[in-house]
Design a protein around this ligand. Structure first.
Ligand code: THG
Length: 367
């Protein structure tokens, strides 16, 4: 189709050569890197994630490291989720907001020790943001991007594969918890996490020169369970109701609109960025909400990420922020970012190239 010109701005993943050897067919961009999205067999890759185990290059999930005596203080200023109970070895899903309460990223936070945290970020530049906040508030903390490259092992057989490599202790990890380890001298962190609801782990490689070796170690260990390459799966994540920051959000989305209200602790201190705005937004009731939309018809459509307008009784109620064919539901499904007054069960319409497609609003997740 077309090529991509190399430049110093397009940073290579440690697993890039490994994914080329696997026959990667397409990429998307994320944090100034390429994220492999498919290996030419989308349906097979989907069912492998649902029934087996899939190996993903998710090195685009960059780590923003906060290190120093004020690392914990900065982490708490950056997120309106109360971190006071978070201990070393624990991860938490957090929202980052600006001063207006607008969502600017939704990372996993990993507490490595009292003086060191990682924000495993979605697609926006939090390195700039954290450095600016640290400097403006006079904090003793160094903000950096360490040499860390996550690989995901996702699917119901993922635990078998990861336990066969690292040992049975991985079975005792709670969701989002992690532990430092190594395999054949390669330093890693093993966490129970990943952007699917099919179970699995993420292995954070801490030596970027070892990407090919780690990829092949996991690939070989996974052979008994028929492991194969894949990537964050569009259909599965929509079925499971996982949010894609930047895809399902726009420049004015607040966390309450996209089902992240449960990660906002309204009682955190006033120095937490955005908390005063979030209290006001919460008191006023959110203007928009995120629901699911199931379109009528049992053939895949080409509707993608165009934020198509959704209509109800002839007036616009919001947008369809994504749309994908679900192999399990055998319907086209997507996320609807719609007025707070809409309800599950309502019939709505979207227009594609002059043609009307009807559907029904439902609660998320779909499955
Ligand atoms: N793993 C790591 N880094 C990441 C992601 C990841 N960075 C980018 C992106 N993904 C961050 N966003 C999310 C979004 C959802 C979840 C994780 C990261 C997630 N959510 C579950 C849910 O919504 O049901 C569980 C939330 C909970 O129980 O707190 O897993 O995947 N390293």
């Amino acid at each position: 189709m077309f090529g991509i010109s190399p430049s110093a701005r397009l940073r290579p993943s440690s697993y890039f050569a490994a994914t080329l050897a696997e026959g990667v067919q397409s990429f998307t961009t994320y944090n100034n890197m390429l994220l492999p999205t498919d290996y030419g067999h989308p349906e097979e890759e989907y069912w492998r994630l649902i029934n087996g185990v899939s190996q993903w290059d998710v090195a685009v999930q960059r780590q923003v490291q906060l290190q120093g005596p004020d690392a914990g203080a900065l982490a708490q200023m950056l997120t309106p989720r109360d971190l006071s109970g978070c201990v070393a070895g624990q991860g938490k899903y957090v929202a980052l907001c600006d001063h207006e309460g607008t969502l600017i990223n939704d990372p996993l936070l990993l507490k490595l020790d009292e003086n060191r945290y990682w924000l495993s970020i979605a697609d926006s530049n939090i390195w700039f943001w954290a450095r600016a906040v640290a400097a403006e508030r006079g904090l003793k903390v160094e903000v950096s991007e360490p040499d860390v490259s996550p690989m995901a092992v996702q699917g119901p057989k993922g635990e078998e594969v990861v336990a066969s490599i690292f040992g049975g202790w991985v079975r005792d990890l709670k969701y989002f918890w992690f532990r430092q380890s190594e395999i054949e001298g390669i330093p890693v962190i093993v966490a129970r996490s990943g952007w699917s609801k099919q179970g699995g782990f993420e292995i954070y490689l801490m030596d970027g020169t070892q990407g090919m070796r780690l990829w092949n170690l996991v690939k070989e260990a996974g052979q008994p369970w028929d492991i194969g390459p894949g990537g964050p799966n569009f259909a599965e994540r929509v079925e499971s109701g996982l949010l894609s920051f930047g895809g399902d959000t726009d420049a004015r989305t607040n966390p309450f609109e996209v089902r992240l209200g449960k990660y906002i602790d309204l009682g955190v201190a006033a120095k937490v960025i955005g908390i005063e705005a979030l209290r006001r937004i919460h008191a006023g009731g959110p203007k928009r909400q995120q629901l699911g939309l199931v379109l009528d018809g049992d053939q895949p459509t080409t509707l993608g990420f165009n934020w198509n307008e959704i209509h109800c009784d002839g007036h616009s109620i919001g947008h369809l922020t994504n749309c994908v064919w679900s192999w399990r539901l055998r319907r086209n499904i997507g996320f609807a970012l719609v007025a707070g007054t809409c309800r599950a069960g309502e019939r709505v319409e979207i227009t594609r190239e002059g043609q009307i497609i009807s559907g029904e609003l439902v609660e998320l997740p779909f499955l």
